[in-house]
Design a protein around this ligand. Structure first.
Ligand code: C2E
Ligand code: MG
Ligand code: MG
Ligand code: MG
Length: 283
C-alpha cells in the first residue's frame, strides 16, 4: 500500500504482518479439523544406551500432514496448538497412540511422550494418562513423559502437583531441552525426575571444544548422577559428538547418528533387526 492512499509510514509493514496473521488463521482453521480428518501420525526415534548402544526407548514425535498445507513442521503447529488449547485433545491422542504402539514392543523398551504445559495444567491430565495406560495395557513404568522447564513458569505448584500424580502412577518424567529454558534448580530438589535431556546445542558445542558447553554438560551429568537421575544427550549426529557425550558420562544417546524419527513399522523393524543380530552374535 502506498503513502498516497493516505496512510502513514507504518503502512509499509502492514502487508507482511497481515500475510503472517492470515497464514496463522488458515493454519488454525485446518488444525481444528486435523484430528477428525486423521491427519496426525507419530514418528518414533530410538534412544540408545551410551555404552551398549542397545535401544532402551523411542521418543514419540507428532507429525501433521494437512490436506491444505502438506507437512507442517512441529515448530509451527505445536505453538499454535498450545495458543488455541487444541494441544489438549491432540496431546491426549498422542498419549493413546504412543502407548498403544509401545504395548507391541518388547517389555524393556519404553516410550517417551512430549507434554506441553497447557496439557499438564488441565485438571484431567492424570486421568488421561491413566486412560491411555489402561486402554493399551501398557505398564506405567514403560511410559516417560517429557516436559520442559517452561512448565514451571506459569503455575509451578500446579505443574508440580500434576507431575507428582503421574509419578505416583509409576511413570517416568524427563526434563527436556535442559539448559535452554528459564533454569531454576529449585524444582530439581522437589521432584524426582527420571531423566535429564541435555539439549543438542550443548552437545554440538562440546564436540567442537566449546569450554562453556563442556563445563555445563559435566555439571549436569554430575548433578544428575548424585540425584540418581539418568541423562540423555539429544541430537547426536556423528561419531565425534557420540565420543564426546560418552566421555562426559551421558547415560543415553538420541540423534540422527542412531536413527531419525521414523514411522512405527520402521521402528519395530529396526528393533527386530538388532535383536536378530544380537541373537546371531550370541549363538
Ligand atoms: P523435542 O522433544 O526436543 O524433540 C527432539 C527434536 O529434535 C525432534 O524434532 C527431532 O526430530 C529432532 N532431532 C532428533 N535428533 C536430531 C539430530 O540428531 N539432529 C537434529 N538437528 N535434530 C534432531 P521435531 O520432531 O521437529 O519436534 C520438535 C519439537 O516439537 C519437539 O522437540 C517437541 O518439543 C515438540 N513436539 C513434537 N511432538 C510433540 C507432541 O506430541 N506433543 C508436544 N507437546 N510437543 C511435541
Ligand atoms: Mg522431547
Ligand atoms: Mg528435546
Ligand atoms: Mg532439543
Amino acid at each position: 500500500r502506498s503513502k498516497d492512499e493516505g496512510g502513514g509510514q507504518h503502512y509499509t509493514y502492514e502487508p507482511a504482518l497481515h500475510a503472517h496473521a492470515e497464514e496463522r488463521r488458515r493454519l488454525e482453521f485446518s488444525l481444528r479439523r486435523a484430528l477428525e480428518r486423521n491427519e496426525f501420525s507419530l514418528n518414533f526415534q530410538p534412544v540408545v544406551d551410551a555404552e551398549s548402544e542397545a535401544i532402551v526407548s523411542f521418543e514419540a514425535l507428532l507429525r501433521w500432514n494437512s490436506e491444505e498445507h502438506g507437512f507442517v513442521s512441529p515448530a509451527k503447529f505445536i505453538p499454535l496448538s498450545e495458543d488455541t488449547r487444541l494441544i489438549v485433545p491432540i496431546g491426549e491422542w498422542v498419549l493413546r497412540e504412543a502407548c498403544k504402539e509401545a504395548a507391541r514392543w518388547p517389555g524393556h523398551v519404553r516410550v517417551a511422550v512430549n507434554v506441553s504445559g497447557e496439557q499438564l495444567l488441565e485438571p484431567n491430565f492424570a486421568a488421561s494418562v491413566v486412560g491411555a495406560l489402561s486402554m493399551s495395557r501398557l505398564q506405567a513404568s514403560r511410559l516417560e513423559l517429557e516436559v520442559t522447564e517452561s512448565i514451571f513458569v506459569r503455575d509451578a505448584a500446579q505443574a508440580r502437583a500434576a507431575l507428582e500424580q503421574v509419578m505416583a502412577l509409576g511413570c517416568g518424567v524427563a526434563l527436556d531441552d535442559f539448559g535452554t529454558g528459564y533454569s531454576s534448580l529449585g524444582y530439581l530438589r522437589k521432584l524426582r525426575f527420571s531423566n535429564i535431556k541435555v539439549d543438542r546445542s550443548f552437545v554440538q558445542g562440546a564436540a567442537t571444544g566449546n569450554p562453556e558447553s563442556l563445563a555445563i554438560i559435566r555439571a549436569v551429568v554430575a548433578m544428575a548422577d548424585s540425584l540418581e537421575m539418568s541423562t540423555t544427550a539429544e541430537g547426536v549426529e556423528d561419531e565425534r559428538e557420540l565420543a564426546t557425550v560418552r566421555s562426559l558420562g551421558c547415560k543415553k544417546v538420541q540423534g540422527y547418528y542412531f536413527g531419525r524419527p521414523m514411522p512405527a513399522p520402521d521402528a519395530r523393524r529396526l528393533f527386530d533387526e538388532r535383536q536378530r543380530r544380537k541373537e546371531a552374535n550370541a549363538a
